[in-house]
Ligand binder design. Sequence first.
Ligand code: ADP
Length: 226
Amino acid sequence: MIKIKNLFKTYPPHQEAIRGLSLRVLKGDFLFIAGASGAGKSTLLKLMLGQERLTQGEMVINNVDMKNFTPKDLISLRRDIGIVFQDYKLLLNKNIIDNVSYGLEIKGYPKKERYEMALKILKSLKLEDRAYDMPMTLSGGEQQRIAVARALIHKPSLILADEPTGNLDAQMTSVVFDLLLEANAAGVTVVVATHNLSIIEELNLRTIVLDHGKIIGDYDNPRGNE
Ligand code: ADP
């Protein structure tokens, strides 16, 4: 699902963000990307999504060669990816339920069906009573949960999340991770960048640690063998 070999990304003129990174993620895997601020976590996710172009090396995501992709490749790739990024804003002119079900609308689902699916996921995130409100009336944490709902609803084959619980308290963090784990159990590949070490320890799933654009650790069970 994700094949990366000797990847480099340099932002002009010479800010090296990724420096010789290789990684393989199989279909159905769950991967944490850990590392201090500035380590390259967001850059790696943006490269996977085609939001940034790689400088050197190889990267294939869902069979799309990220070195030579066409705008058409990018559209079909993103249609199959659920994205939870801080800067991937909600659509401000649409209410919550239309934001959450937007991915289904694009795929041609009838309104009744997509609203039913949206309400179900909003309920699990305890936001069903905000379904017909506009995004601007929600707190940062509520908007973040909406972004998670939007990413999960169209059953993508891959979810890319950058600090998906950055604005959430412990209880909501665990609600969001329960949803990500549920999707993963149903076969969705999940990649989460975070510096929340307590959630990484708690879930004890494969974790790569980045430092200055390189992988300095790759642990199947970060908590160690108990
Ligand atoms: P993280 O997500 O781990 O905090 P980033 O991927 O955001 O790390 O950043 C990695 C490095 O690349 C940092 O040194 C950062 O300053 C730099 N960087 C990130 N985005 C840009 C950009 N658009 N232009 C120039 N440098 C950038």
